[in-house]
Design a protein around this ligand. Structure first.
Ligand SMILES: NC(=O)c1ccc[n+]([C@@H]2O[C@H](COP(=O)([O-])OP(=O)(O)OC[C@H]3O[C@@H](n4cnc5c(N)ncnc54)[C@H](OP(=O)(O)O)[C@@H]3O)[C@@H](O)[C@H]2O)c1
Length: 296
């Protein structure tokens, strides 16, 4: 079978790079020709797999998307973390419809189900527009990234602590960016018939921050303690490390939702396992695999 042409958008972020890694991996390399959409091709994107090439494509420039999407079998739309992402994604969906893209894999978030918080409100109109356009698509709802724990590296290494406002015994679900990439590549390979019209919630088994600190303590052979901080302090710290205010506040909103057991944030779904054939990476597996990076 001829390889499918896959175009990715939002490619240079964490999810985009993980998606390229999966699309270019030995399991999929001969199944896809990948056009990795970036705003500035001259910046490059590090080493690319042999089946992957950069293409100029900007969410804010319809003509660039038209050129990039024409002839694609699958377009993977990964939303950039920018304030106007609702408009950008809707514009990309409209272009995909206009040029007749046969299958769109749409990045979304689980909180669209209850329209909870800023992030749920951002993505709800995007999913709605895809439906209204009659665009053949699948929505993949992605919770907090497990990999965000790299942001706690300094305090884990230096003080044996994780500072966070979330309740330590509040159960929640996350997903590794690598698992998201694998799910996207699997869905692209399966094709439109199997997934069209579906909405998946991709997440790992439920855990708490108490489970997380235990996993770090076990893997590192030293105590790692949980220090609960006020939400205002957490938001200020995130902004101090460079996150815009709306992202910092939106992230705190998610953690408050976890404390309050909002179902979209705390309910396990086996969608990842159904798609990929194994459970998503658990927090214990992720910490064990990444432990060397948290030692110094
Ligand atoms: N961190 C979490 O726990 C979490 C959880 C759920 C959802 N999210 C959301 O997940 C999404 C993906 O996150 P991420 O970290 O992988 O990606 P990201 O870094 O937020 O954005 C991905 C890429 O999008 C590109 N981009 C920005 N503006 C663009 C535009 N106008 N047109 C085309 N591309 C543009 C940029 O690449 P170029 O400059 O190369 O074009 C950027 O590197 C974000 O919306 C984020 O808010 C995050």
């Amino acid at each position: 079978m001829a390889p499918k042409t896959v175009v990715t958008m939002g490619t240079s972020g964490y999810i985009g790079k993980a998606t390229l890694a999966a699309l270019g991996s030995p399991d999929f390399a001969d199944k896809f020709v990948v056009k990795a959409g970036v705003r500035d091709v001259s910046k490059g994107l590090g080493d690319l797999a042999p089946n992957t090439a950069l293409v100029a494509a900007d969410y804010s420039k319809r003509e660039s998307m038209k050129a990039a999407f024409t002839g694609a079998d699958v377009v993977i739309l990964i939303a950039p973390g920018v304030e106007n992402r609702t408009q950008l994604l809707i514009s990309a969906l409209e272009v995909a419809k206009e040029v007749g893209v046969p299958f769109v894999i749409l990045f979304s978030v689980p909180t669209v189900q209850s329209a909870y918080g800023r992030f749920g409100s951002d993505f709800l109109p995007i999913e709605q527009r895809a439906k209204d356009l009659g665009l053949p698509h699948v929505a993949c709802r992605i919770p907090i990234f497990t990999d965000n724990q790299w942001g706690n590296k300094d305090s884990i290494v230096g003080q044996g602590c994780i500072y966070c406002p979330q309740k330590p015994d509040a159960g929640f679900v996350t997903i590794t960016t690598a698992d998201v990439g694998l799910a996207f590549a699997t869905i692209a390979n399966d094709g439109v018939e199997k997934h069209v019209g579906k909405a998946y919630f991709l997440c790992c088994p439920k855990y708490t921050y108490n489970d997380l600190t235990k996993a770090f303590s076990d893997a590192l052979g030293k105590p790692v303690n949980y220090v609960q901080v006020p939400y205002e302090v957490a938001s200020q710290q995130m902004q101090g490390s460079g996150y815009p205010g709306w992202i910092a506040d939106g992230t705190c909103e998610l953690m408050k939702g976890i404390d309050a057991e909002v179902p979209d944030l705390v309910t396990y779904s086996d969608d990842f396992e159904t798609i990929v054939g194994r459970k998503a990476t658990s927090i214990q597996e992720w910490v064990k695999a990444c432990a060397p990076g948290f030692k110094a």
